[in-house]
Structures are given as structure tokens and as C-alpha cells.
Ligand binder design. Structure first.
Ligand code: GLU
Length: 444
């Protein structure tokens, strides 16, 4: 099928979060899919903050949503706050009442206070509602069981279903993309739309995001707010890629895509129907892959934020080791003083540990002196060059016997990166100073 991708705003999607709590990463999958679909068709993507529940909505949660979308790079064309449209909602409520499609019902408040409230109930036509979900196909519901459901707490306090229907219509939303937990709401919303004379939008209900034990993903199950991933030093590109792949796959083996590539490929057909698992290991893997795609400058910039004590020269030389070692830049905070600490601070070397296996100490001293001499004439421009120079000696005299004392003298650690990388990062002067200090310890 040839798709018509002529630029137009004929497709309008929205992300409509309620700022009643800190949204976790799983919640943003809806935003990503709604964004991808709109951009794919050169349509419009709207952010609508659904804050009609005034008691539970907070500015802090709203700001976090805005900050998260900005960091992810999910730009929207329009932004609304549902509470700003109460007048429109009231008008529609009044219209429904005037036309006999809704009615005010005096009912005692549920809190047992004895207060009587004038709630608005929708007059259910009790019919079958059929809609074609873009992902799940035809869904048919007999709405009789729903009764005359409540659509407003009062004429000026619209509830969720009414507000969503009126806003989607007024904002020109053509495709409602949201989690499948909203499927039971859709027939109600279609009834309201029809009663108001609106033609309902298309619907695409996304499979649930599940935690690894296949229960619904939650903060307790390890999904953190997007801003927490930002602070832990994850890349927004990786988060987007990872989330887009929860329940969707463009097909084939490849899994690493940029946002622009995802926009090119996105469609509803390849969205899975079953729940999709949020796999933290996969996120780490994807983040690392995206780190590898960054330029040296970008990686240096990101690394520096977490290793500010390190000089530019050291970071530049250490960068490939760093990228190999961690899955997110934030992990560096945990190893910059321990595992990597010796790169910027001369270690205290325990000379009893410098000797290789059963070697006599004079052998170790001889090797360290020989390596010291070799290093005087070695070109330090590449790790490979250093390695060749040292290995020419080590292969004759025993690799362990030469390389172990060398690495211990430089790092003071039994486990570390290879000695050639350390020599390269430290440079000739510092490396030789460390070696001669160890020799001195042996001989005094
Ligand atoms: N505000 C609703 C929520 O946060 C979403 C409404 C919708 O997408 O239609 O679950």
C-alpha cells in the first residue's frame, strides 16, 4: 500500500497525562507513539495536561511532564490545560441537558456528609457501540450495563469522559492513542461524542507495559520517572528507542534507531496485541549502544559531567575504556574514585603484591627497571605502540612476570584495565615516576 505522506495537519494526536502523580517511564510510551504517529504523517502532536481533578493535580507533577518531554525531545505543537476549558465543557453539558441527552440528578454526596449535589448524568441510549480499534480491530460493546453514567459533578465540574470528548473535538484530535486500560472508557466517550454531534476520532489502544513478572508496570516494579533516568546519565535517544520497542518492532534484526528513523518507520500494524515487557537490562544495553553512536566530543561532554575532577587530557585518552566499561554515564560517579581513582591519584602500592607468583623480588625489580628503560624510548602516541614495545620484552621474559608487576606499580590494584592503556593514559612522566617509586620501595 502506498501511503500518502503529503504534509498536512490532517492527523492530530495528543498525549493527555493527568498530573496527579509522578509519571514513570512506562507512561511515556503513549507519548512516544502519539508523537511518532503524528510526525510520521506530518501532523500535529498536542500535549494536554488533564488537570480537572484539581485536588490531586499539582504543578510539580505538571512541570515534571513538561521537563521530561523536553529532555526526550518530544516537541509538541500545542499545549493545553484541561482546566482552562471548563467553559467549553459547561456549554456542552448545558447543550446535552437542553436536548434531553443528559440530566441533573440531585444525589447525596458519597462521603456521607448529607450534602445533596446536582450531578449530571448522561442519558444512556442503551445501544451497541462498535468501533474499529487501529490495533485490536473491531470492538463491540453493549452499553446497556453502563446505565446513566455520571459525566459531571456539577454543571461546572466536568468529569473525565466529558472533558476528554469535548477537548479532543475542539483540538481537532483525529487519533486517540492511549493505553488499553482505557478501552472500557471508549464506548462511553463515543456515546457522548455522538450525543454532541461530533464524529468520534479513531482509536489505537496500546498493549500494557508489563514489568518482568508480567504484572502491570509501576514505580514499585522499577520504572522510574524520566527525569530520574536523565539524572542517572542515560541518553534520551536510548530511552526513546527502548520505549518505542516496548510492544512495537519495525521488523528485522536491527534494534538501534534514532528518533528520526523511528518516525520514518512507525506504524500501527506492527504494534503487538499482547502486553509488552519492560526489561531493564535491555535498557542498559540500548543505552550503551547509543553511547557508542555519539561522537567523541559528545561523549566527552557527557562524561565530564560525572568526572569533573579528571583533566581533559586524561578523559580523552580514557574515553574508549570508559565507554566499554559503563552502560550509562552516571555509573561513572561510582567508579571514578575507586576503580578509576588511580588515574588521577598516585596509588599506595603494597609491594608484597607486586611480585608475580613465585618470582624472587630481584627478578621483579629487574623487570621494572628494564621496562622503565624501554619506556624512555617508546612513543606514547598510541596504546598499540606502547604494547609492542613492552611485549617485545615480556614475551622473552614471561608475560606474567613482567606485566603483573608493571600493572600493580601503576595502578596499585589487583584488577584494573591492561597496563598498556594505563601507560597511555598516564603518559611517560607519571608512569615512570610510579615505577621508580615502587623500585625505591623495594630497595630501601
Ligand atoms: N488523562 C488520562 C490518563 O492519564 C488519559 C486520557 C486519554 O488518553 O484519553 O490516563
Amino acid at each position: 500500500m502506498i501511503e500518502d505522506l503529503t504534509p498536512s495537519h490532517s492527523i492530530v494526536t495528543r498525549f493527555a497525562p493527568s498530573p496527579t502523580g509522578l509519571l514513570h517511564l512506562g507512561n511515556y510510551r503513549t507519548a512516544i507513539f502519539a508523537y511518532l504517529y503524528a510526525r510520521r504523517h506530518q501532523g500535529k502532536f498536542i500535549l494536554r495536561i488533564e488537570d480537572t481533578d484539581r485536588a490531586r493535580s499539582t504543578k510539580e507533577y505538571e512541570d515534571n511532564i513538561i521537563e521530561s518531554l523536553a529532555w526526550l525531545g518530544l516537541s509538541y505543537d500545542e499545549r493545553y490545560r484541561q482546566s482552562e476549558h471548563i467553559e467549553e465543557h459547561t456549554k456542552c453539558l448545558q447543550k446535552l441537558i437542553d436536548e434531553g441527552k443528559a440530566y441533573i440528578s440531585e444525589e447525596a454526596a458519597k462521603d456521607g456528609s448529607g450534602v445533596v449535589k446536582s450531578i449530571v448524568r448522561f442519558k444512556n441510549p442503551n445501544k451497541k457501540v462498535v468501533f474499529k480499534d487501529e490495533i485490536r480491530g473491531v470492538i463491540e460493546t453493549d452499553t446497556t450495563d453502563l446505565g446513566d453514567f455520571v459525566i459531571a459533578k456539577s454543571i461546572t465540574e466536568p468529569l473525565f469522559h466529558l472533558a476528554v470528548v469535548v477537548d479532543d473535538h475542539n483540538e481537532g484530535v483525529t487519533h486517540v492513542i492511549r493505553g488499553e486500560d482505557h478501552i472500557p472508557n471508549t464506548p462511553r466517550q463515543i456515546l457522548i461524542a455522538e450525543a454532541l454531534g461530533f464524529s468520534p476520532p479513531s482509536y489505537a489502544h496500546l498493549p500494557l507495559v508489563l514489568s518482568e513478572d508480567r504484572t502491570k508496570l509501576s514505580k514499585r516494579k522499577g520504572a522510574l520517572p524520566v527525569t530520574a533516568y536523565r539524572d542517572m546519565g542515560y541518553l534520551p535517544e536510548a530511552i526513546l528507542n527502548f520505549m518505542a520497542f516496548i510492544g512495537w518492532n519495525p521488523g528485522g534484526e536491527r534494534e538501534i534507531y534514532t528518533l528520526a528513523e523511528l518516525v520514518e518507520l512507525f506504524d500501527f500494524e506492527k504494534i503487538h496485541k499482547g502486553g509488552a515487557i519492560f526489561n531493564k537490562e535491555k535498557l542498559s544495553w540500548m543505552n550503551k549502544e547509543h553511547m557508542r553512536l555519539k561522537t567523541t566530543e559528545e561523549n566527552l561532554h557527557n562524561v565530564k559531567k560525572h568526572m569533573s575532577e579528571y583533566s581533559d587530557d586524561i578523559l580523552q585518552k580514557l574515553l574508549p575504556t570508559i565507554i566499554d566499561r559503563v552502560s550509562s554515564y552516571g555509573e561513572l560517579s561510582g567508579i571514578k574514585d575507586s576503580e578509576f581513582g588511580f588515574f588521577i591519584k598516585r596509588p599506595l602500592v603494597d609491594i608484597s603484591k607486586v611480585i608475580w607468583k613465585d618470582d624472587e623480588s630481584y627478578i621483579t625489580i629487574n623487570h621494572l627497571e628494564a621496562v622503565y628503560d624501554i619506556l624512555q624510548n617508546t612513543n606514547f602516541d598510541t596504546i598499540e605502540g606502547i604494547k609492542q614495545a613492552i611485549m617485545a620484552y615480556a614475551e622473552i621474559h614471561g608475560k606474567g612476570s613482567v606485566l603483573w608487576p608493571l600493572r600493580m606499580s601503576l595502578s596499585g590494584q589487583e584488577k584494573s584495565v591492561d597496563p598498556f592503556t594505563i601507560l597511555y593514559v598516564l603518559g611517560r612522566e607519571e608512569s615512570c615516576a610510579r615505577i621508580s617509586e615502587v623500585i625505591k620501595q623495594f630497595t630501601t
